[in-house]
Each structure stands twice: as structure tokens, then as C-alpha cells.
Ligand binder design. Structure first.
Ligand code: TYD
Ligand code: MG
Length: 459
């Protein structure tokens, strides 16, 4: 028997190489290549067809785009408003959703609640659990107060059995909890390996597209924050949702990273309660911590996540460091922090070279937009001087390497939300200054970082 051909696949990016290498040729990660049986090439003449391709396969008709009727996708709202918001309106027929997050953050809870709501709305649902027994899921449903639920349950991890059951029971929505525990007996590698996860997801996606059954895959997130192993899953599915938040706090964010059927970067906000996840319809103030008196090192900013502004407190601690001072950030980009410290030194004359600098976005939110820059800088200087910013103060704006303060998108909306929550002083980029004054809000428009520092110093 001819030796089976193997390839080496990267567990980080899914890139392949014919040989083992220490470093992945696609993404440059070290020690991530694992061996796999190569898929047999289907038929000969796959790549070269000397007699022409038309002899190999039937010619398919083509149509001009204008002749194809554009249909709106049919969506079924899940009945959980915050989830529907990130899904772009609801569950789409034949759509595949990947929902990722840390263990214990509430993925199974949310999906069980959503399945129950869909089942009650008359949609047949199937919940496939590979991580918990049927009894454990039943226990959870009791806790959620949905113990009379008609959601069909299947405790199974073998893909072929799952597919066969789906074919016979014909549900409208299937949840696979989780894709990492599912395995196909076509492959010898262990469940959770890249090959298995990719193979299973591919089969389930094909099934979804072929039958119109919506599939929701639960994926675990590794310590590094990537969906375990296969980033490849993100390309296969229609929608990628990410659970964020601190498991110690009550609030959870569900963020849409990719959505073929809706807007990205939309977020849904939930609170974990005794009886499951409850949507928070007015989330703007939930990430503010309660200080009875203003404290040094704290600055509030308004971030725009999706369509709703959120007020988030940025905290900084600057403290005497050792010979190689530390720069640590939670919820904010670390490289960006290093850059801001350099700008602060060069353009505002504030030096933190010999200091440890810690920065944190309160409540476990992750802020990726550069509009946080100004608030980060003001929190750092406030901590360094040991002087609190005034009560009701907020700031936002992107800071450039030349020390300029650039506008943030939709500045008016941010300011209005802050005013609504009782904020009274704001330092904002000049281009974001409102033409008409906003009641109750004193606005200082700045063009440069040093200007912002001067404004604050005079307060
Ligand atoms: P779970 O949905 O099992 O997380 P995941 O599937 O993402 O791993 O969530 C489990 C956590 O949620 C657990 O720590 C207990 C908590 N929880 C509540 O606080 N209230 C509830 O009603 C439920 C069902 C769980
Ligand atoms: Mg779970």
C-alpha cells in the first residue's frame, strides 16, 4: 500500500506546509504545525486538463446580476432583543453562526434561552450538547425557569450521528455545544484538533446551506483570545459573535465580529442574573464605577459601540518602577499605550520613563477605537500628579504621533449621551465641538495634546 500523504497544518492560522517546520510559513507562529492526512485529490486531471475543462464537467448556465432577483433573507427573531440586535434581526434560514467566549461566560445559557424562545414561537429546535449530560442541561433549564421547555435535546459528540439525527428530526435551528467536542470518525485525530474542528464545521455548514437549517456553533476561546485553534472557522461561517466581559462582574457583551446578514461591531448587552441572562436595553452607564468622590487616575470616555454610545471609565495607575518599568493594559491595546506614553513625553512634556504604568478599562470591556486615546492620557497624568479630574468630567478623541487631537466619529451623539447622564465638563477634539451648546455641558475643544493638558491643569 502506498504511504498515505500527510500535510502539516498550523493550529493558529490553518496554513499548510508539506514538511514540518518550526515556524509557520503563513502566520509566522512558532511550533504550531501538526501533521494531518492529506485529503485525496478528487479524480485525476484536477489541475491540468489538456483536452479542455468542458469535457470534464457539465457547463453551467450563467446569468447577468440584474436578472437575479435579490431576495431579502428570511429572519426569525429569537425573541431575545439584545441577541437579535447583534444577529442583525434574527436567525437566518441556512445561516451559520459561530459564538465564542471564555468558559463560564454564558454561551450555553444564552443559547438555551434563545432556543426555548424560538421553540415557543413555533420553530422546531435541536440542542446538541457534547459538554454536558442531558440531566445537566435539564438542571440549567430549571434554573432558567423554562423547565416545561419543548426544545429537543441530543447528547452526542459524533458528527455522523448528529447529522443523521438532524436529517430525520428536521429542526429549523440546531445548536452544537460545542464544536470542539464534536468529532468525525472519518478522521483519526482527537476531538478539538484543528482537523476535526474544521472538518465538522465544514460538514455542518454544508448541511445548513443544503437544507436551510440554521446552525449555531459554540466555540471556545483559548487563553490568547483566539477561537481555539482554527481561525479557519471564522471564514466558513456567516456570523461570528464574541462574548466579552469579566466573569466576575454581572455584565456581558456579545459583539458581532463578522456578519454577512447585518452590521458588524454591533453589541448586545446582558446581565447575568440568578435566572439566566437578561438583556440590558439602556447600557450606557453600566461600565461606570461608583466613586463617592473623584479619585486620581480615573477618566470617563464615551465609546460608540455599534449604534449605542457607552460610557466607560478608564483607570490608570502610575507608580515608581524598577530598572525596567512595566506597561500593562487591560481592555486596551498595549502597543497603543506605549505610543501614547511617547506622545505624552514628546508633546506634553510628561515623562513616565521610570514609572510603571497600568491602564484598565473598567468592567471587562474591550475598547479598540482610538477615540479612547485622550481619556487614557488624562487618566495617566491624573495618576502621575495624584490629582483627580473634576466631578462630571469626560474626554474622548484620537491622538496622533504629532501630538494632534483628531475627531471621533459621531461626536455629537457621544456628548448628548454624556449630558443625559449628568456629565458637566468635556474635553473633546475641536472638530467634535457642537455648534449649538448642549445644555448642562461645558465643552473645551482642543487641537493638541498640550492644550488638553493645560485645560485640565486649570481645573
Ligand atoms: P454557561 O452558560 O455554562 O457558560 P459557557 O457555556 O459559556 O461555558 O454559564 C455558566 C455560568 O453562568 C456559571 O458560572 C453560572 C452562571 N449562571 C448564573 O449566574 N445564572 C444562571 O441562571 C445560569 C444558568 C448560570
Ligand atoms: Mg457551555
Amino acid at each position: 500500500m502506498a504511504k498515505e500523504k500527510t500535510t502539516f497544518t498550523c493550529t493558529e492560522c490553518g496554513g499548510t506546509s508539506p514538511r514540518w517546520l518550526g515556524k509557520c510559513p503563513s502566520c509566522g507562529a512558532w511550533n504550531t504545525l501538526i501533521e494531518q492526512v492529506a485529503e485525496a485529490a478528487p479524480g485525476k486531471n484536477r489541475l491540468s486538463a489538456p483536452q479542455g475543462y468542458a469535457g470534464l464537467a457539465n457547463v453551467q448556465p450563467v446569468l447577468p446580476l440584474a436578472a437575479i432577483e435579490a431576495q431579502d433573507v428570511a429572519r426569525t427573531p429569537s425573541g431575545i432583543d439584545e441577541l437579535d440586535r447583534v444577529l442583525g434581526g434574527g436567525i437566518v434560514e441556512g445561516g451559520v453562526v459561530l459564538i465564542g467566549g471564555d468558559p463560564g461566560i454564558g454561551k450555553s445559557t444564552l443559547l438555551l434561552q434563545a432556543m426555548d424562545a424560538l421553540q415557543r414561537a413555533g420553530l422546531p429546535t435541536l440542542y446538541v450538547t457534547g459538554e454536558e449530560s442531558g440531566a445537566q442541561v435539564a438542571l440549567r433549564s430549571r434554573r432558567l425557569g423554562i423547565d416545561g421547555s419543548q426544545v429537543q435535546l441530543l447528547a452526542e459528540i459524533q458528527l455522523e450521528k448528529i447529522l443523521a439525527t438532524v436529517e430525520v428530526t428536521q429542526p429549523a435551528v440546531v445548536v452544537i455545544d460545542s464544536i470542539q467536542t464534536t468529532y468525525s470518525d472519518q478522521l483519526t485525530s482527537a476531538p478539538g484538533s484543528v482537523a476535526q474542528v474544521r472538518e465538522c464545521a465544514a460538514h455542518l455548514t454544508r448541511m445548513a446551506k443544503g437544507t436551510g437549517i440554521a446552525v449555531i456553533l459554540v466555540g471556545h476561546v483559548t487563553k490568547e483570545g483566539a477561537l481555539a485553534g482554527p481561525r479557519v472557522l471564522e471564514h466558513m461561517v456567516d456570523t461570528v459573535l464574541y462574548f466579552e466581559g469579566d466573569t466576575h462582574s454581572q455584565f456581558r457583551l456579545v459583539r458581532a465580529i463578522k456578519n454577512r446578514f447585518g452590521a458588524v461591531n454591533e453589541i448586545g448587552v446582558f446581565a447575568m442574573t440568578e435566572k439566566g441572562l437578561k438583556g440590558v436595553s439602556n447600557p450606557s452607564a453600566i461600565f461606570l464605577s461608583q466613586h463617592s468622590e473623584p479619585v486620581p487616575g480615573s477618566c470617563v470616555m464615551v465609546t460608540l459601540e455599534g449604534t449605542r454610545p457607552l460610557l466607560v471609565e478608564i483607570q490608570a495607575l502610575v507608580d515608581t518602577g524598577g530598572p525596567s518599568p512595566r506597561r500593562l493594559s487591560v481592555g486596551l491595546d498595549k502597543d497603543r499605550l506605549a505610543m501614547l506614553l511617547a506622545v505624552l513625553h514628546r508633546h506634553a512634556g510628561v515623562a513616565c520613563m521610570d514609572q510603571d504604568v497600568f491602564v484598565n478599562a473598567v468592567g471587562g470591556v474591550r475598547i479598540s477605537e482610538p477615540a479612547a486615546d485622550l481619556a487614557v492620557m488624562l487618566a495617566i497624568t491624573s495618576s502621575l500628579r495624584g490629582k483627580a479630574l473634576p466631578r462630571g468630567f469626560l474626554a474622548f478623541g484620537e491622538v496622533g504621533l504629532a501630538g494632534e487631537v483628531r475627531p471621533a466619529p459621531r461626536g455629537q451623539e457621544r456628548l448628548k449621551e454624556a449630558a443625559k447622564l449628568g456629565f458637566s465638563v468635556a474635553v473633546v477634539p475641536k472638530a467634535n465641538a457642537p455648534k449649538k451648546p448642549i445644555e448642562g455641558l461645558t465643552i473645551h475643544a482642543v487641537e493638541r495634546v498640550d492644550e488638553a493638558m493645560d485645560v485640565v491643569r486649570g481645573m
